[in-house]
Design a protein around this ligand. Sequence first.
Ligand code: ADP
Ligand code: MG
Length: 726
Amino acid sequence: MSATPRQEALRAITARAPLAPPDGDANPSLTELFGSKVFNDAVQRRRLTKSVYQTLRRTIDAGEALDPEIADAVADAMKDWAVEHGATHYTHWFQPMTGLTAEKHDSFLSPVVEGGALHSFTGSQLTQGEPDASSFPSGGVRATFEARGYTAWDPTSPAFIRETNFGATLCVPTAFCSWTGEALDTKTPLLRSNEALSKQACRLLKLIDEDVDHCVSTVGPEQEYFLVDRELYHLRPDLLSCGRTVVGRRPPKGQELEDHYFSASPQRMLNFQMDLERELWALGVPVCTRHGEVAPHQYESAPIFENASVATDHNMLMMEVMQEVATRHGFKCLFHEKPFDGVNGSGKHNNWSIADDEGHNLFSPGSSPHDNLRFILFLTATIRAIDKHADLLRASIAHSGNDHRLGANEAPPAIISIFLGSELEGIVEALIEGGEPRAAERGAIKLGVTTLPPIPADTSDRNRTSPFAFTGNKWEFRAVGSSQSISLPNTVINTIVAESLDYLATEIESGTGNRENVIQDVVRRTLSAHQRVIFSGDNYSAEWEAEAEKRGLLNLKNTPDALARLTTDENLALFETYGVLSRRETESRANVLNEAFVHRLGVEALSMMQIASTQVLPAAVACQTRLATAIQATRQASSGIDLAEQEGLLAEVSGLIGRLRAAVQTLSSAHEHAEGDHLPAAAAILFRDEVKPAMAEVREACDELEGFVDDELWPLPKYHELLMVH
Ligand code: ADP
Ligand code: MG
């Protein structure tokens, strides 16, 4: 018998030699490489006149409006630099509400009358583009007859060059809006939320005599992913269309031996990671950490933090570059939150903090009483924000992939709570009670007077189960999905913390008497009102679910429930008040996110039915035929042999075939019903309540059959192959 495609793929993988680096490129210097494809500050300083450079810097650093006078000069310098790097085209690079990036390339070519051509790139080409917006989701913001949208240069995120073997393109990060000025992208609200945060943070800082002009949210996203060999990937239609396996039996060996976390990567994986890091360094993405994750073939890569908008752009870019580099090494990256049932899924830990205009981290517990006053104020604001707006934070990570993860004992539950660590929790209690902090031998904490006991930075490592953990000098939001853009989660964190800073500032301003006493009292009242959100125990436990309910904390278990909270009156008003999203913009986002949930599940259901009917059933029938033929042949050869066991097997496989057929039919009807004419939120509920349970039935029957059918007849690469072979 000739080899099956599955066997051929396995042979090809084991015969593959590791990819060698291009000639002469074995050991590039990290410092020379870093940012070599970026129109960054150093390049700007070199290529722009002093006055143009200074004007541009004011826009980048202080958020001043861009002076249109300098646009031509910047564009020209950018073009010259890009052409020297081999670029023939430029593109506005933006992030529509698909959660992905988008680009449309135009060449620098400008033919001249005498024949021949020049390179040209004008200020207006740099600052504004007009892509046809009709094919991007708008969630109802843009009427279909009004297809126009425009992109606007975001000078705060540096332009960069993307190369293939055949040429290069200058990519200019931009925002994407409709002509009515409404945001059609994920960047615009993030930038607006940062403005809101900055304004309120500066206001609160003034109240404690700190004169700061501008603050910025800082973010370091830790990206988890799986690497799967492309040969096997292409034999899995579900991976191809859904990014996850919709059928597949658990492997004999999974992650139970705990032998993958932080283990040495196999050469082939390490080569991929090193190649990836070179590409990313050249693009100015400061990736610095790599390690093996919990599941086999699962890894993490994390950059050094940057301002939230640049960190978001870089995370999007990183995911794209990862796929390209993976191709070179014969891999496919899986960013899905749950590619394999029964195996740990992937997330994106979103580390968040605020820095002032000199780069001081506002969440660093300092060594002086003043530093600690500031620290406690920002801590109090965040605790209040997370408790008061837990629903929005939960909604910001609502996603079909994340529904498999949250609360599944591998990721934080859907209940939003805060981990502080016992030292900090003791301080919070002392502030509320006016008593002594548990962990320290000190008197009552008087804000602005007393120094806090030192808070060990390793506090964070004691609890990995909390969705929102204070980790020494930043907050780690651990419930973000690995495939998601970090834009909305950070937009929400910025907005809700801005609202809390506003609240604290207003309370302090309206208090009478000694400022320190007023602050002490506001902090005490606020912490006491929101203390319920603090929990340092095991967030994966059933006891916590019961306890959280007693405390009145929300437990929004799935995407449709969570998304419903985006558009409550309170939340619509919140985004509007802080100038982050108009009501229509928020409603449009809820629609787009519900539609995405529906479409993703729709694709999964169709993919599953296709696999069940055209791959699993035929394999099962072939197995049934083998058995029937064997029984018949044996009976003909000798009448004295007991065939009860064989007949039992035949009955079993026939029964499973019947069960699978019935399950596919149920799924097909459920899918048809859910696909009907419904509003996005209603359709999402049908997919959750009818389609998902029907999919679970189909999967069960398929997975039973996988455990039954002859291995050589099984067309789909199995879990142990996807997760172990490299
Ligand atoms: P782990 O959570 O795996 O222990 P690390 O301590 O290495 O991770 O840090 C995780 C991420 O937190 C990194 O991307 C790092 O740059 C980021 N980070 C550190 N300080 C800040 C900060 N002030 N603001 C935002 N992110 C930060
Ligand atoms: Mg982490």
